[in-house]
Design a protein around this ligand. Structure first.
Ligand code: CDP
Ligand code: CDP
Length: 258
């Protein structure tokens, strides 16, 4: 079986998906794809064209943008397991890594991600990227080829046959504190933004993501749920890495006994 080992990580906003996914990928020598970045890029593209994503009449224009936008990701891993890998995001060749993380983009992204044709366009791009990244990582890490992808519908729609599916959850207050701290640390906190506002926005976004018609946020039946409210990042990364080893071992002993 030469298929790369697939890890799907889903969960609500700021539950720790991207941090955990990146560190798991670094520990295992796997590739990493942040699917939320695709929806953020489409949102940024719409906003910078003066389109208001909250107006349903704009859906077809946004869908066209989703199709025509060229989105690229580049993750730089480090040799030290304790330092966090960084992912650069490119929209039509321009580095938008910071621009897509503002609270303004966050506020509009769920409306954009609820548009069916936008999801279809993104799904195609994500699958293409997954196919190419898996083949290159296989060449560079013989025998350790794998892919970690994070988002909302990875275990249910994007990688329904993933070898390991994780559903991360955390208390919304804890998630808001983490998100605010993250924005402040990176200098992206907008003037006057407080904890209450961030928490309300996370909850509103989760509600939109859970109740939308097109591939809503949902724990896959075969996903392992992990509550990170009281876990350290190292703790949650370790739990997932151990589970990957356990499943790889189980898979290889079942093939060798055939
Ligand atoms: O980092 P954070 O959890 O705030 O958001 P993200 O992962 O960057 O995703 C931003 C938004 O994109 C989510 O709120 C969803 O509306 C949407 N999204 C999605 O619908 N499906 C995915 N696979 C990933 C993100
Ligand atoms: O991708 P998602 O929006 O789910 O979460 P994230 O961007 O990884 O952000 C979660 C934030 O919580 C990051 O600043 C992490 O350092 C922090 N954090 C965590 O993920 N897990 C913990 N146990 C503690 C803090």
């Amino acid at each position: 079986d030469t298929r790369p080992f697939q890890v799907a990580i889903d969960g609500p906003a700021a539950s720790g998906k991207s941090t955990t996914a990146k560190m798991v990928a670094q520990r295992l020598g796997f590739d990493y794809i942040d699917t939320g970045a695709f929806y953020r890029c489409v949102t940024l593209a719409a906003l910078s064209k003066g389109i208001d994503p909250s107006k349903p009449s704009q859906a077809s224009q946004i869908s066209n943008l989703a199709q025509s936008s060229q989105i690229g990701l580049k993750t730089v891993f480090s040799n030290s397991s304790s330092s966090l890998p960084t992912t650069r995001v490119f929209l039509d060749k321009k580095d938008v890594s910071s621009d897509i993380r503002t609270e303004t983009v966050s506020k509009h992204v769920s409306a954009v991600a609820a548009i069916g044709p936008v999801r279809e366009a993104v799904l195609q791009k994500v699958r293409d990227m997954g196919a190419t990244s898996a083949s290159t990582s296989q060449e560079s890490n013989s025998g350790r080829a794998g892919l970690v992808m994070d988002g909302r519908d990875i275990g249910t729609v994007v990688l329904p046959n993933a070898d390991l599916k994780i559903f991360l959850v955390a208390d919304s207050r804890v998630r808001a504190e983490r998100r605010l701290q993250e924005l402040a640390k990176s200098g992206r906190k907008e003037e006057g933004l407080d904890l209450e506002t961030v928490q309300k926005d996370l909850e509103r976004r989760d509600e939109l993501d859970r109740t939308r018609e097109a591939s809503p946020l949902r724990k896959a039946d075969d996903a392992v749920e992990l509550d990170t409210s009281h876990l350290t990042i190292e703790g949650q990364v370790d739990a997932i890495v151990q589970e990957v080893y356990r499943r790889q071992k189980a898979a290889s002993s079942s093939t060798s006994s055939q």
